[in-house]
Design a protein around this ligand. Structure first.
Ligand SMILES: Cc1cc2nc3c(=O)[nH]c(=O)nc-3n(C[C@H](O)[C@H](O)[C@H](O)COP(=O)(O)OP(=O)(O)OC[C@H]3O[C@@H](n4cnc5c(N)ncnc54)[C@H](O)[C@@H]3O)c2cc1C
Length: 415
């Protein structure tokens, strides 16, 4: 422990996992400091809407104070609805109904910026923006986190929550960089209502839709983000003095494609070039999908390379660990990445808080977290990778079943 004997934890990265962990440790009276590379909380787009499932909700409920959990639940979309896998014409092949009977466990849609704004509440003097992690060194009594401004900070434990491109992974888990799948995704957002008209047909407003293209390797998905209560009103009521970063309902869409079959025209494309590229990719899909992209805000278009992390083997016991995408990056299929990151945060918080309360070894706490995290997280990595292969692969039998046979068994949801 440090001189004050109050344990200190330094976290690199103020994303979902880093902030959720910091919330819990701060409530437990632990000296927690978060170092974030970005200059401010919304300096960069990090995706828009996120499906938070029962694991993610349980983690948030455990880590944040009750008033913030109430705010999270209030602004989240209504639970329930469907997930639909369709052909390019939006004819259903497979539909899954989300369970809404257990209110606190049902999957809900959350706006990511709103969730981050809530997770930052109460941590204002704990989170240091514009200070990226550049490396970490450890010894028997703690670790030193080196920062991009030339400074450094010593803590009893350092946690790498610095996302898929984690800098801390190189020293903590050398040789475990995520493996490139060769696939990319473009993401964007479109206002839910444009010129007074809903961009999504009534039948699909409470559905997540994943449409598979006729050309192997391509698929398109979209989901509406309809706030349960308008965030500005909910923040005024439950978090006065703080502004909601987003207030209007929107539709998040994504297009998955193969980088080899559809190479980007430019190495460093701008968001408007990415938007133009998306317009070209969506040509074969239903007019609802085409309109969503045509009417989207080009400046919000971003691209993500789809990768999957290799399973860690022989992870050494130490004073440094990793949470979230830093250790288990996975393709964004099945909505597991963020929920697993939140689950890690809650599990690591529990292990650290227990060790601190009982004067037990912090190294053992990290090791126990890693032993428990790896099986559930890498099951999700395997599932998401399998789903990516299944939905974008070229197996003719699977494709015939998904794109021709199954859609014939369902009535058209949209004309
Ligand atoms: C468009 C999109 C949609 C998605 N939808 C879902 C979904 O519906 N459900 C789901 O569960 N998952 C979803 N995911 C995946 C999910 O977003 C990630 O798995 C999740 O954000 C991982 O959380 P994290 O805290 O580990 O990393 P991040 O949220 O990426 O946070 C990492 C943070 O670290 C910071 N950082 C990076 N490098 C450094 C450094 N060197 N020093 C300090 N800070 C650094 C970054 O700026 C960032 O703030 C989606 C992803 C995308 C892109």
């Amino acid at each position: 422990m440090n001189n004050s004997s109050r344990p200190s934890i330094a976290i690199a990265g103020a994303g979902l996992a880093g902030l959720c962990l910091a919330q819990s440790l701060h409530r437990a009276g632990i000296d927690v400091r978060v170092y974030e590379r970005d200059s401010g909380p919304f300096a960069r787009r990090q995706g828009y809407r996120i499906t938070v499932d029962k694991d993610g909700r349980a983690a948030l409920r455990r880590c944040v104070p009750p008033n913030l959990y109430e705010l999270i639940s209030t602004v989240a979309g209504a639970p329930g609805g469907y997930f639909r896998i369709t052909n390019k014409d939006l004819r259903d092949a497979v539909t899954v109904r989300f369970d809404e009977n257990i209110p606190d466990q049902a999957a809900v849609q959350m706006d990511r910026q709103t969730l981050r704004a809530i997770l930052l509440r109460g941590l204002e003097d704990r989170v240091h923006f514009g200070k990226g992690a550049v490396g970490v060194e450890q010894d028997s009594s703690g670790a030193v986190l080196h920062l991009s401004d030339g400074g450094s900070t010593r803590a009893d434990v350092v946690v790498g929550a610095d996302g898929v491109g984690s800098v801390l992974r190189a020293t903590t888990l050398p040789g475990h960089d995520p493996v490139d799948s060769g696939m990319y995704a473009l993401y964007g957002r479109t206002p839910l209502r444009v010129r007074g008209r809903s961009m999504v047909p009534q039948a699909l407003t409470s559905s997540g839709v994943l449409a598979i293209g006729d050309r192997p390797g391509r698929c398109m998905f979209f989901t509406s983000m309809r706030f349960g209560e308008q965030p500005s009103a909910a923040f005024r009521r439950l978090a006065p003095g703080h502004d909601a970063p987003v207030d209007d309902d929107y539709v998040m869409w994504g297009l998955v494609f193969s980088g080899a079959d559809d190479p980007f025209p430019d190495q460093q494309p701008t968001s408007s070039q990415l938007h133009e590229f998306a317009v070209g990719l969506v040509g074969e899909f239903h007019s609802v999908a085409k309109e969503l992209i045509a009417e989207s805000q080009p400046e919000y278009t971003m691209k993500v390379k789809l990768t999957a992390a290799p399973r860690p083997r022989g992870w050494q016991m130490s004073r440094v660990t990793l949470v979230g995408d830093a250790v288990h990056a996975m393709p964004p299929l099945g909505a597991h990445g963020g929920n697993t990151a939140l689950r890690d945060a809650a599990l690591l918080a529990e292990k650290l808080e227990h060790a601190v309360a009982h004067g037990a070894s912090l190294e053992h706490a990290l090791s126990a977290y890693q032993d428990e995290m790896v099986p559930y997280a890498f099951q999700s990595v395997d599932e998401a990778s399998k789903q990516l292969r299944r939905l974008t692969g070229s197996n003719p039998v699977q494709r015939w079943i998904l794109l021709r046979a199954l859609p014939r068994l369902h009535r058209a949801t949209v004309s």
